[in-house]
Design a protein around this ligand. Structure first.
Ligand code: ADP
Ligand code: MG
Length: 351
């Protein structure tokens, strides 16, 4: 064979190979980002504007962070906190929307979800470099300015006012959910038909997988460190577009203190006590349409505990919950009864 024919044939087979690849294997674009204090991963079906969609989403997530972070000096939240007891602050409509949602969940949960907890969480500094156990006096003093009922919203003026000096709010329990909903909206606007984005335990999906099957989401084993088989997941939940958001006591906690004392001081606080919630719950996953609701509810149910938490989930339309308790019991809301698989052999569904 002469060289030309060989060259032609190899190109021919190369093209054949590429086209057959495309038919059999679905390509997902991968990307990631560190924002909102967490690691965010994207997996989005290839399409003309998929890359553009991911870039637009990343930009939007950074914008949400710039507005809603409690530690960036120029953010809406910092301005609100700096003006506590002084004057109302005009904010972006998205910040207003998220605070309004947060207050709805505060009402719904009788204050188990309370964004005005920042004076308490600052004392503990669990998310920071030097966490510590505050004295009961310090906690009592900080609790005196915790009260979501003193957050005043003015929809017409788009302002937020904290009535008492010393008050401060933090959207750490809800902003990632909002960012998740914005992610799905923007990806869809860019023609994305299938995708999965994980914002540090807040999982959002654009539809199911390309072939129509659901995404199978492994829920993190909350006690993987103590598991001799190191099984990664406690259970598997399926989604074709719902958000799945998990809150746990294993993500951020005082490791050294835990190793010394066996007491796990983590980052979800009980507004009644000013201490990390301690009611036997170690992980809560919420499945619902919008991630903002799932995020607020996962934190809320963690504080409320098994009984009250399950009751609320069962009362709410379109909301499902999986609660994992310290004694390795798993509690499921009514609609999840047959929807959970891959349960860790050490755990047991008990209701
Ligand atoms: P993660 O941020 O790890 O996904 P969550 O969504 O449960 O977990 O949010 C925990 C964060 O929410 C804390 O770091 C803190 O900023 C805030 N937070 C803690 N306790 C409460 C509470 N009872 N109500 C509202 N926000 C809370
Ligand atoms: Mg949350």
């Amino acid at each position: 064979m002469n060289n030309k024919i060989i060259a032609f044939l190899s190109i021919f087979f190369l093209i054949l190979n590429l086209t057959s690849c495309r038919k059999t294997r679905t390509e997902y674009l991968k990307d990631d980002l560190f924002a909102l204090d967490t690691y965010i991963t994207f997996s989005v079906i290839e399409g003309d504007r998929a890359k553009e969609g991911i870039d637009a989403t990343k930009k939007r997530i950074r914008e949400i962070e710039e507005r809603m972070s409690a530690h960036l000096p120029g953010s809406d939240i910092s301005k609100i906190n700096d003006n506590a007891g002084k004057q109302p602050v005009k904010v972006n409509p998205d910040t207003f929307f998220v605070i309004k949602k947060a207050l709805e969940y505060a009402e719904l949960t009788n204050g188990s979800f309370d964004i005005s907890l920042l004076p308490v969480s600052r004392l503990w500094n669990i998310n920071g470099e030097n966490p510590r156990v505050p004295s009961p006096e310090e906690i009592e003093k900080a609790l005196a300015v915790v009260d979501y009922k003193k957050i005043r919203l003015n929809e017409e003026e788009m302002t937020v006012f904290l009535e008492d000096e010393g008050m401060a709010i933090d959207l750490g329990g809800i902003a990632k959910g909002y960012a998740g909903d914005e992610t799905v909206r923007i990806l869809k606007e860019h023609g994305v038909t299938s995708g999965l984005v994980n914002l540090g335990g807040n999982i959002v999906a654009v539809n199911g997988k390309e072939d129509g099957s659901p995404w199978r989401i492994g829920i993190q084993n909350p006690r993987i460190d103590e598991d001799k088989n190191k099984r990664k997941h406690v259970a598997v939940l399926d989604t074709r577009g719902d958000a799945i958001v998990t809150s746990g006591d294993y993500e951020r906690y005082m490791v050294e203190h835990y190793e010394k004392t066996g007491e796990r001081y983590h980052h979800i606080f009980d507004p009644e006590t000013g201490y990390p919630a301690k009611n036997g719950v170690i992980s809560v996953s919420i499945i619902t349409k919008n991630a903002i609701d799932a995020d607020a509810l996962s934190t809320s149910l963690f504080v409320m505990g098994v009984e009250e938490g399950l009751k609320l989930a069962n009362e709410l339309e379109g909301v499902e919950a999986m609660i994992v308790a310290e004694d390795k019991s798993i509690y499921l809301s009514k609609g999840l009864k047959d929807a959970v698989s891959g349960i860790h052999p050490d755990y047991k569904v008990v209701n």
